[in-house]
Design a binder for this molecule. Structure first.
Ligand code: AHR
Length: 334
């Protein structure tokens, strides 16, 4: 009997401690749609953040930016690394809802399959911010705002450089493409933007296109396979620097000179990529900024207070040639 009573007391205490996690504890007090609309009773804010993983230099810089900015903004961050798995992100979001955080932010690993869990957050009156990557949910009330790059535009910029670079050529230009994670917004959009621009001229031919999952190791592996089955590659378009850097190893391993025998375009502009650009191993980089932390924290404060925020906040970005990379390399933050 005594044992059963102790077990009941313990269960009660555990339930109380889960409910007390996060400053938005107490019914209806969390989130901008909640009754108080200001986070915890003392105005403090707890954010649950579900990160994609640590697949690239970009991702590492993005995690650092989010963690440092939360600290600076006085926001308590509950950080969860999904290791590139959607199921882990869904679990993390459910756990944030259970803990009654004040706001949830996440970078969705893929675009589809979020409606159910986002509905759960909405029913719990916890506002959600999409950061870096989009979801394809038809119901846009499931999240308050989307902060991040225009990936289609990034793909277009890559294509425009290529069109300009080969403007005097009438011969076929054989392109291989290393795509990002299958089903992710940057992979879908960078592919689409690039294809749209080069599609205007039939001399540009994508002869192979495969995912390298945004990692250096996979970029190298897939590029090795491309080189074996395609002796005549003119251009590599890699959806991020890391895959491009892996591919450079494969190209050098095959006895070719990256940047000369095979022209290389990548996206991101992280330090390692910029170094390779300055060294002439990459020819052009489209910037994708990972420094989303400060804007994310500002948006979080606003949505928790119930203030209006823009539905879409697009990150400002540029592009880099070899000369430009040499100029900015020493001051590059990531
Ligand atoms: O979503 C942004 C992309 O994800 C970056 O371009 C890539 O490096 C990262 O893994």
């Amino acid at each position: 009997m005594l044992k059963r009573i102790s077990a009941l007391v313990l269960a009660g205490l555990t339930a109380m401690s889960v409910a007390a996690c996060g400053s938005g504890s107490g019914s209806g007090s969390a989130g901008s749609d909640g009754a108080d609309g200001s986070g915890g009773a003392d105005g403090s804010i707890t954010m649950g953040f579900s990160q994609v993983g640590a697949e690239s230099g970009w991702r590492t810089a993005n995690t650092k930016s989010v963690q440092e900015s939360a600290k600076e903004a006085g926001i308590t961050l509950k950080f969860s690394d999904a290791q590139q798995k959607q199921e882990n992100q869904i679990k993390a979001i459910r756990s944030f809802v259970q803990q009654r955080v004040d706001v949830i932010a996440f970078s969705p690993v893929v675009e589809s399959g979020w409606d159910t869990v986002l509905k759960e957050a909405q029913n719990a009156k916890i506002p959600v911010i999409l950061t870096d990557r989009a979801v394809d949910s038809k119901d846009t009330t499931l999240y308050k705002t989307f902060l991040g790059s225009d990936f289609v535009e990034e793909g277009k910029k890559a294509g425009q450089w290529l069109v300009e670079e080969y403007k005097d050529t009438t011969e076929t230009v054989n392109i291989v493409e290393l795509q990002g994670t299958t089903g992710s917004a940057p992979a879908n959009d960078r592919k689409a933007g690039f294809a749209e621009v080069i599609g205007a001229d039939p001399k540009f031919k994508i002869i192979a296109s495969q995912t390298g999952d945004f990692t250096r190791a996979k970029g190298k592996e897939v590029m090795e396979a491309f080189l074996k089955s395609n002796p005549d590659i003119d251009v590599l378009y890699a959806h991020n620097d890391d895959m491009g850097l892996g591919a450079i190893e494969a190209i050098e391993g095959a006895g070719k000179t990256p940047g000369q025998d095979i022209k290389i375009i990548t996206v991101d502009a992280v330090k390692d990529g910029m170094q390779a650009l300055a060294d002439g191993k990459i020819n052009f980089i489209v910037e994708c900024s990972p420094l989303l932390g400060p804007q994310l924290m500002d948006l979080a404060k606003k949505v928790v207070k119930g203030e209006q925020v823009p539905a879409r906040v697009v990150t400002e970005e540029t592009t880099f040639t070899q000369e430009q990379a040499k100029q900015v390399l020493s001051t590059r933050q990531y």
